[in-house]
Design a protein around this ligand. Structure first.
Ligand code: NDP
Ligand code: 2IT
Length: 449
């Protein structure tokens, strides 16, 4: 059960009442409020001027119609969203998700989490998130382009390098960012590179942005393991998903000497005891855009494909859930603990259910929450904005070194904050408090707005 300080209970009650039915948003707010009792006890002024209430209410929510024409000439309608959550620290910043499950509650939860995540990076970026219930699966490139153009035709009036800077998320990668940047440029007649991140290298993108979230999550887990004098070397690792975050987490784990034995997509998972062949996953997912079952078909003997089921049934010492919210249940957590998991780093946003998180914490498993562990993506987006602003372009090594330092700083700040507040090793508490204090200080300074 979630325990909320009695001073904060009315705030949660109001969030539940005002955002009825938005379960993921409720879940994200509850988890943060659960951590804030200790802050308000130490610094009562943070409860003044309805600061926490304001932090739970998005500054602006935009919902719009996205009409487009499919290859058969039929008109289709989707719904577009952008939730501009908090701009105390900088322009709204956060990804766009294209997935049939998208609704305003999911975008709100992601925007709320993003506000804290972005604060943890120490960079001047506020929090926002957007997307659409458009399903890109099995759509032709022409359909994807027309959808992106229609989506941006409405969204562009709400964006700008000093206003709101989107990037990718589930279903939105380099190809989609390119189509959206092209349409933004055409509509505004401005080559405003800093309006989107995750761009291709030839038109203002940053080296290492594609790799950044997965690499960053792996750096974060490496830092957690180091606190117990452990490393990835020789460890069995399971990564869920096989998209952008999963692929580059697997790449860095292998570089650090770990062995990734399983990964998945929404249809099933593959187990390869030889270690997942990453070139093949990249070929299947980034080039052919096919299902992970192809991995088993192409590799043949020695690889198992399990349709449906849970990838968390595969025994491992490190788990990096990198698919989607609530993909790792309490039962999955029990299985992982029974199988000897020592560290879990959330590559995705809120992939572990509250029950799973409780089980990991009670079992003493090192647990890196998404807003800390996956912050490397947005941090590198902020580095992309820096390069765009200075009309510069850094080397891969330079950018990755900055990323590695940022991840180490985030890890250390979460760990120190947890210790300062009497809960050493509790990265959930550390991440929530460290990020809250940064946003709260800025909001306090800016007055009641
Ligand atoms: P991609 O679209 O590249 O990949 C998503 C992967 O997760 C795919 O393998 C997909 O399988 C699987 N997946 C998605 N939805 C579901 C679902 N409902 N059930 C089971 N599997 C699912 O997205 P990303 O890798 O960019 O994002 C993954 C996670 O990481 C998300 O939670 C995102 O918010 C988070 N994140 C992303 C960042 C980024 O920079 N891209 C930064 C920080 C966090 P399938 O193809 O079958 O749908
Ligand atoms: O969840 C996330 O942090 C992202 N999807 C990346 C956001 C960004 O602006 O790079």
């Amino acid at each position: 059960m979630v325990h909320i300080d009695e001073k904060l209970e009315p705030i949660l009650a109001e969030v539940l009442r005002r955002n009825a039915g938005e379960e993921e948003f409720h879940q994200a707010v509850k988890e943060v409020l659960e951590s804030l009792g200790r802050v308000v006890a130490k610094h009562p002024r943070y409860a003044n001027h309805a600061l926490i209430e304001r932090l739970c209410e998005p500054e602006r929510q935009i919902i719009f119609r996205v009409p487009w024409v499919d290859d058969a000439g039929q008109v289709r309608i989707n719904r577009g969203f952008r939730v501009q959550f908090n701009s105390a620290l900088g322009p709204y910043k956060g990804g766009l998700r294209f997935h049939p499950s998208v609704n305003v509650g999911i975008i709100k939860f992601l925007g709320f989490e993003q506000t804290f995540k972005n604060a943890l990076t120490g960079m001047p970026i506020g929090g926002g998130k957007g997307g659409s219930d458009f399903n890109p699966r099995d759509r032709s490139e022409g359909e994807i382009m027309r959808f992106c153009q229609s989506f941006m035709t409405e969204l562009h009036r709400h964006l700008g390098e000093y206003i709101d800077v989107p990037a990718g998320d589930i279903g939105v990668g380099g190809r989609e960012i390119g189509f959206m940047f092209g349409q933004y440029k055409r509509l505004t007649n401005r080559y405003e590179a800093g309006v989107l991140t995750g761009k291709g290298l030839v038109y203002g993108g940053s080296r290492a942005r594609t790799e950044a979230t997965g690499y960053g999550a792996t750096y974060f887990v490496q830092s957690m393991l180091a606190t117990k004098d452990q490393s990835f070397d020789g460890k069995r690792v399971v990564v869920s998903g096989s998209g952008n975050v999963a692929i580059y987490a697997m790449e860095k784990v292998a570089e650090f000497g770990g062995k990734v034995v399983a990964c998945s997509d929404s249809n099933g998972y593959v187990i390869d005891e030889q270690g997942i062949d990453l070139d093949l996953v990249k070929e299947i997912k980034e080039i052919r855009r096919e299902r992970i079952v192809e991995y088993a078909r192409l590799k043949g003997s020695g690889v198992h494909y399990i349709k449906g089921g849970s990838v968390w049934d595969v025994a491992c010492e490190v788990a990096i859930p990198s698919a989607t919210q609530n993909e790792l249940s309490g039962n999955d957590a029990r299985t992982l603990v029974r199988n000897g998991v020592v560290a879990v780093g959330e590559g995705a946003n809120m992939p572990c259910t509250p029950e799973a998180v409780r089980i990991f914490r009670e079992a003493g498993v090192l647990f890196g929450p998404g807003k800390a562990a996956n912050a490397g993506g947005v941090a590198t987006s902020a580095l992309e904005m820096q390069q765009n602003a200075s009309r510069d372009s850094w080397t891969f090594e330079q950018t990755e070194t900055r990323l590695a330092n940022i991840m180490r700083d985030i890890h250390d700040r979460c760990a120190e904050t947890a210790s300062d507040y009497g809960a050493p090793g509790d990265y959930v508490l550390g991440a929530n408090i460290a990020s809250f204090v940064r946003v709260a200080e800025a909001m306090e300074a800016l007055g009641v707005i």
